[in-house]
Write a protein that binds this ligand. Structure first.
Ligand code: SF4
Length: 478
């Protein structure tokens, strides 16, 4: 972890920890609310920034350097937007904002622009009139091995463990929303129910109650949902650069919402995938190093690292499965990073590890091999080197080998919504056709049993769409 100041910090008397307000942001509202409660449960009070908007992007461009990738503009601009709000709407003097507020962010060593985020924050904050504002960063790829060096934020193992549990639950609620919302009979009902589940989790975290019990109690809420799941809708996997694919904001033109409005069921990437990738990268590097250092002797100095990696890997998976079972999320498996590496390594030079590394190519290959989506969309930010420069080139090779793959790579520049939606609609048309064709192969019974519309009914079937899976199941039981 490192702490960064814009000015010679000796000129500013910063507030003590007890008066300091920590800002964090860049995820989705559900994730941020649950993570905020998790941090509070271990005594760390965070304020999460509101979702990034086009205004954030404008401010990022206005105060940032030229030719940055769009997540840089959105995230840096979003912080500036919030500080301007504190100054102009809340009437907090600039000096007081600089003295008391600290922004906590992830940072990396590149090779992409992630390694330059801190410099960008510094420049933009200075030019926007917040010179001296503190930005604290932790290495996104240092994960379980980073040690706290500063007292202002305690990145203790306890803090990371509760945050990981919270991230898993937030992912599960997000996945449930994506699976159920397209089939709701009463518009807005799924979001209302999930909000009640979110409230329960937030309260449980704040009061240190059992998370499993709360998740189990959410089942009662979810069981009340009125759904019609026998409508053929294409499944669309949204992947790509981490932030651009994950955000539910103007940062990707609200792609998830748009796809649902256009009649699709979205398969989104959970936040925990990013952590699993970091762990996989740590393991891969450790193994490479072990190979280089090996002189036929057992290296005990690496044993602790090896145990930590294995422990983190298996406990994340076990926790996810436990929580998913408690709430009734069925038929969903977390990404298997070893398998994704195995299928991607013949296409992607795995040592090129910027951005999502080999993961974009692996996701497409997995969707093709396992027939899990009618369309795969890769969302890539304008100016992103790993995503546009490397992965996209390799995706052309993949699609030339697998001619049936319905894949589209879309750039989010922050000011090209019309082009983005129009290209997406073209690819979606083809996906809708395939979903209809798949469904038309089955003959539905005259009366459809009500249990198939339960939120947790998940039959195993060699089909892609939810409706086709149910139709297959009904045909088999006749
Ligand atoms: S992966 Fe791409 S979009 Fe993300 S920080 Fe790096 S260059 Fe920017």
């Amino acid at each position: 972890m490192s702490i960064n100041y814009n000015l010679d910090s000796k000129q500013i008397e910063y507030a003590p920890k007890s008066e300091t307000i920590l800002l964090f942001g860049g995820l989705t509202l559900t994730r941020e609310r649950i993570l905020q409660a998790a941090a509070a449960s271990v005594g760390e009070e965070y304020i999460f920034l509101p979702n990034a908007t086009y205004r954030s992007y404008e401010l990022g461009k206005m105060y940032g350097n030229k030719a940055q990738c769009s997540p840089t503009y959105f995230t840096v601009g979003n912080l500036i937007k919030y500080l301007i709000y504190l100054r102009d709407e809340k009437k907090i003097p600039t000096k007081e904002i600089i003295r008391r507020y600290v922004h906590v962010t992830a940072n990396g060593c590149g090779p992409c622009r992630f390694g330059m985020y801190i410099t960008e924050y510094k420049k933009a904050l200075r030019d926007a009139g917040f010179d001296g504002f503190r930005v604290v960063s932790f290495e996104h790829n240092g994960n379980i091995f980073q040690e706290a060096q500063e007292q202002i934020v305690k990145f203790s193992p306890k803090f990371f463990i509760i945050l990981t549990k919270a991230a898993i639950i937030a992912d599960i609620l997000t996945i449930l929303g994506d699976k159920l919302r397209p089939y709701e009979l009463n518009k807005g009902e799924v979001d209302k129910v999930l909000k009640r589940c979110e409230d329960k989790i937030v309260e449980a975290l704040k009061n240190r109650r059992s998370l499993i019990r709360e998740l189990y109690s959410c089942r009662k809420e979810l069981e009340k949902l009125s759904l019609n799941r026998v409508v053929p809708k294409p499944k669309v996997m949204v992947m790509g650069e981490f932030w651009a694919a994950m955000t539910r904001s103007d940062g990707n033109y609200q792609i998830h919402k748009f796809l649902e409005e256009q009649g699709a069921e979205v398969i989104s990437q959970p936040l925990i995938n990013r952590i699993l990738l970091n762990i996989w990268e740590a393991e891969y590097l450790r193994e490479q190093k072990e190979g280089l250092d090996s002189k036929g002797l057992v290296d005990f100095s690496e044993a602790k690292k090896k145990t930590l990696i294995l422990g983190a890997k298996y406990s994340i998976r076990a926790t996810f499965n436990l929580y998913a079972k408690a709430i009734g999320l069925k038929g969903y498996e977390l990404a298997n990073m070893d398998y994704l590496y195995k299928i991607a390594k013949d296409y992607y030079p795995v040592d090129s590890n910027g951005g999502e590394g080999h993961l974009e190519v692996a996701h497409l290959l997995e969707a093709i091999k396992h027939k899990s989506a009618h369309l795969v969309v890769s969302v890539k930010p304008f100016g992103c080197m790993p995503s546009s420069g490397v992965s996209d080139g390799i995706q052309s090779l993949v699609t030339s080998k697998f001619k049936d793959a319905n894949f589209i790579s879309l750039e989010t520049s922050g000011d090209g919504a019309v082009n983005f939606y129009s290209r997406l609609q073209m690819a979606l048309f083809k996906a809708k056709q395939s979903a209809k064709e798949e469904f038309s192969k089955f003959k539905l019974p005259s009366s459809i049993p009500s249990f198939v519309n339960r939120y947790n009914f998940e039959p195993k079937a060699p089909c892609i769409s939810t409706a086709a899976k149910i139709a297959f199941y009904l045909e088999q039981r006749r």
